[in-house]
Structure formats: structure tokens, C-alpha cells
Ligand binder design. Structure first.
Ligand code: BO1
Ligand code: ZN
Length: 263
């Protein structure tokens, strides 16, 4: 079963016992050190296709006990990468009222309050995400840092408004489809690129990571909603445990290179 946790006995230092790939040499997240980056002038802007018109089908929002996850239609496509990638889901990582830091990637050692991940699979080579997820060129994840801004971010309200309906693990709610492009920073040209892994078990080393340089802004009250509403436990488990600090430690870069699309 999926018995892993972030802290405690089944916490991240013990993930490799059950999930050997978590002990690999190309793991995520990492601390992105801007003094140790290679500018790659050939890296083009990321081009989301069909993000603005995801269709009439509602999305499904799920509390999976580790995060809040929004299922995405495969009509959402990424171009500007070595292959075409189709969207599968997006989810968030965040801290807690006590530990505000909640991003997985770090920028020169700095943690941001939260991070968005949009997960895609290589549809040139693989039929679906389950076939792609353990292949070296199988997945592409977009990472976006959060920052506190003065006003509510209406795009993120499309997700946060529904958290009260999925407070417990395994609960789902139907969410009207919305323009997912608005969850991304305006600037899709400036990003970091490296080869890494899923940041949770099974930690497959299958992810081409794109981490945008420009953060998105949400309000303090929106962040607080994210930090305090969800439980990692099911409705019948006692005591309930608040879901947060779903953040993996920074992993060693080892022999990898981090590229940037800008300088
Ligand atoms: S992340 O973006 O690196 N935090 C990340 C971590 C774990 C997954 C995806 C992204 N897990 C995979 C599951 C698959 C599932 C896929 C899409 O997510 O291993 O079984 O199909 O939901
Ligand atoms: Zn993630």
C-alpha cells in the first residue's frame, strides 16, 4: 500500500527501503544554484496548447492524502520540449502556518511558500501515463513557485474554493473547467531545465523538469486556506492530521547539469 509519509518512521529518509529509486542519483527536487547553471540559448519558450479551452468536461479535484490533485484532459498539450507531452494532473506542495516555507525546489537556498506541479507524459512515445511514468523520457513536469501578493488570485480560487468539500483523504469534488494557463506566470520564456524524478515514491527518474523563474502570486488568506483546510487522514481516522509540509528535502545534483533558458 501507499504507506509513505513525509516525516516519522515511514518518512523520506526511509523511502529508499521500500522504493529503491528514491535512493538514486538523479532525484528531485533540487536547490537551483544560479552560480552553477549553464545558459542554453536553444531552449525555446514553453507553449501550452489547449490550456485555455480545456473543454466542457468538469475537472475532478481529489484529496489523495499527500496533496490536492486536479485531473486534466489530454487535450492539454505542451510544445517547446523535445517531444509533445499531454497533461495528466496538477497538484500543489505547501508548508504550514508554523513553517511557511513550502516549495520543493529551492532557488539559491530560498524556499517559497508553495509550488505548483503540472504533470505531463510523452505522447509521442507512450500510450498513457502509466506506460510513461518509469521511462527516462516519459514525463515532463512544470514547476511554478508561489509568492505572497496583495490580492486574491482568481485563477487559484478555482481550486481553493472547493477545498472545504474534500477535507478528508480520498474525497473528490467536480470542479467546472477553467483556463489553466492563468495558473502559470505570464513569462514562459525564462525557466530552469534539468533531468530528475518524481518527488514522491516511487521516485522514478523519468521527469524532464521545467521550473519557471517567475513566481505566481496568491494572497496570504489563500495560502492560509491551503495550509489549514485539508487532512491527510480519511474521514474515519482519529485523530485527524492536517495535510501540509508535503515537501521533500533538496536532493544531490550529482553529475547533472541545470540549464537556464535565459541569462
Ligand atoms: S511530482 O510532480 O514529482 N511531485 C509527482 C510525484 C508523483 C507522481 C506524479 C508527479 N506520481 C504519479 C503516479 C502515477 C500516476 C501519475 C499521474 O502520478 O506514480 O501512478 O499515473 O497522476
Ligand atoms: Zn509534485
Amino acid at each position: 500500500g501507499s504507506e509513505w509519509t513525509y516525516a516519522g518512521h515511514h518518512g523520506q529518509e526511509n523511502w529508499p527501503v521500500t522504493y529503491p529509486d528514491c535512493g538514486g542519483t538523479a532525484q528531485s527536487p533540487i536547490n537551483i544554484q544560479t552560480s552553477n547553471i549553464s545558459y542554453d540559448e536553444s531552449l525555446p519558450p514553453i507553449e501550452p496548447e489547449g490550456y485555455n479551452t480545456p473543454g466542457n468536461q468538469p475537472f475532478t479535484l481529489t484529496n489523495n492524502g499527500h496533496s490536492v490533485e486536479l485531473s486534466l484532459p489530454s487535450s492539454m498539450t505542451l510544445r517547446g520540449l523535445p517531444n509533445t507531452f499531454k497533461a495528466a494532473q496538477l497538484h500543489l506542495h505547501w508548508g504550514s502556518p508554523a513553517k511557511q516555507a513550502g516549495s520543493e525546489h529551492r532557488l539559491d537556498g530560498e524556499e517559497f511558500p508553495a509550488e505548483l506541479h503540472i504533470v505531463h507524459y510523452n505522447s509521442d512515445k507512450y500510450a498513457d501515463i502509466s506506460e510513461a511514468k518509469n521511462k527516462p523520457d516519459g514525463l515532463a513536469v512544470l514547476g511554478v513557485f508561489f509568492e505572497i501578493g496583495a490580492t486574491d488570485n482568481p485563477a487559484y480560487a478555482n481550486i481553493l474554493h472547493h477545498l472545504d468539500n474534500i477535507r478528508y483523504k480520498d474525497q473528490t469534488v467536480s470542479v467546472p473547467s477553467f483556463n489553466v494557463r492563468h495558473l502559470l506566470p505570464e513569462n514562459l520564456e525564462e525557466y530552469f531545465r534539468y533531468q530528475g524524478s518524481l518527488t514522491t515514491p516511487p521516485c522514478y527518474q523519468s521527469v524532464l523538469w521545467t521550473v519557471f523563474y517567475h513566481p505566481v502570486e496568491i494572497s496570504r488568506s489563500q495560502l492560509e486556506k491551503l495550509q489549514t483546510t485539508l487532512y491527510s487522514t480519511t474521514a474515519t481516522e482519529v485523530p485527524p492530521e492536517v495535510l501540509g509540509n508535503n515537501v521533500r528535502e533538496a536532493q544531490l545534483l550529482n553529475s547533472r547539469t541545470v540549464y537556464s533558458s535565459f541569462h
